[in-house]
Design a protein around this ligand. Structure first.
Ligand code: FAD
Length: 286
């Protein structure tokens, strides 16, 4: 069984997110991490896509290879901003022909300098339509518990998100640090009649500067208790990584109590943090 829609229908999924390596050493680390984390028997893994197609061929090569070599499916992330319809149709057809059965459909971010990215797409929902036209995929989309930074307001964010989720099989969230953000998201979507499963994304951070930068970009609130703990470990990489494991472990435990459809963990191409989260939670339980 390799379609994520079917995996979710069968029970709670566990999944890990990787990014395409940029160097030969990065490739070795990627393979080691995938190999170690395969022992935890995830339902699926995913590989991110660089903004505006910057990792187009590496993402494709990693996804196809992992999908071929492992017992679990690998899902490519795919962004549409800056791409033409023909470019994306070609890549999707190649994915389908090479046995990929799942795609995470994303808008991607426009260039930071405000320049026109070109291409024929503005929103993820347009990519979802193209993926359905190509056919053969179980499709997921992104969801922002704390509202997407470009959304006009919370009401518009939820309305457009519910409409997007209604057309696909599942959502995966941006990372967050307070379980209430996830619970509110799911409740507000249910109020709009949207019952598509939304898998929470959990990031076991490894760098103080990194988590602060990514939180600012993604509209993720860092609560005061976590700000204080980050201040305390700043400058100590191993203490920071251990704090990331602790925070993620507590969050996953709370999410499991909430009856989530799955847990999606950011591996960041390393196995240690996820392995420690599993050990702390007594997982995997099958
Ligand atoms: P959309 O769903 O298109 O939404 C973007 C904004 O437009 C929102 O404010 C939405 O409300 C608004 N909107 C949507 N439709 C309309 C409409 N019809 N009219 C007006 N406004 C509308 N980025 C990468 O570059 N590579 C990755 O691999 C990647 N992986 C990700 C994985 C996850 C799980 C998540 C949560 C995000 C990921 N991102 C990735 C980031 C994502 O590409 C950016 O956050 C991007 O800015 C928005 O993408 P989206 O798919 O949520 O966009």
């Amino acid at each position: 069984m390799a379609r994520i829609a079917d995996l979710l229908a069968a029970g709670r999924t566990w999944s890990f997110e990787f990014s395409p390596p940029k160097t030969a050493a990065g490739m070795v680390a990627f393979d080691e991490a995938v190999g170690s984390l395969a022992e935890l028997e995830p339902e699926f893994v995913s590989v991110t896509y660089g903004a505006l197609g910057s990792t187009r061929s590496t993402t494709r090569d990693m996804v196809v290879r992992v999908n071929d070599e492992r017992t679990f499916p690998a899902m490519p992330h795919l962004t549409c901003v800056g791409h033409t319809r023909a470019e994306l149709a070609e890549l999707l057809t190649e994915y389908r022909d090479r046995g990929i059965e799942n795609v995470l459909a994303l808008a991607g971010d426009p260039p930071a300098d405000g320049s026109d990215p070109g291409g024929e797409f503005a929103y993820a929902s347009e990519l979802v339509e193209l993926i359905r036209d190509v056919g053969g995929f179980s499709v997921g989309v992104a969801a922002f518990p704390e509202v997407h930074p470009r959304s006009a307001d919370r009401e518009a964010d939820r309305r457009l998100l519910a409409a997007k989720l209604d057309e696909v099989d599942f959502g995966i969230t941006q990372f967050f640090f307070d379980v209430e953000h996830y619970r509110s998201l799911v409740g507000e979507l249910a109020d709009l009649g949207c019952e598509t499963p939304v898998i929470p994304g959990v990031m076991p951070f490894v760098s103080v500067a990194g988590v602060r930068r990514m939180s600012a970009i993604n509209n993720t609130d860092i609560p005061a208790w976590l700000q204080a703990k980050l201040d305390a470990v700043d400058g100590d990489p191993e203490a920071t990584r251990r704090l990331g494991v602790q925070v993620a472990t507590d969050l996953v435990a709370e999410l499991l109590e909430s009856g989530v459809p799955g847990i999606h963990l950011y591996a960041m191409n390393k196995a240690a943090s996820i392995t420690e989260i599993y050990a702390a939670l007594g997982l995997p339980v099958r």
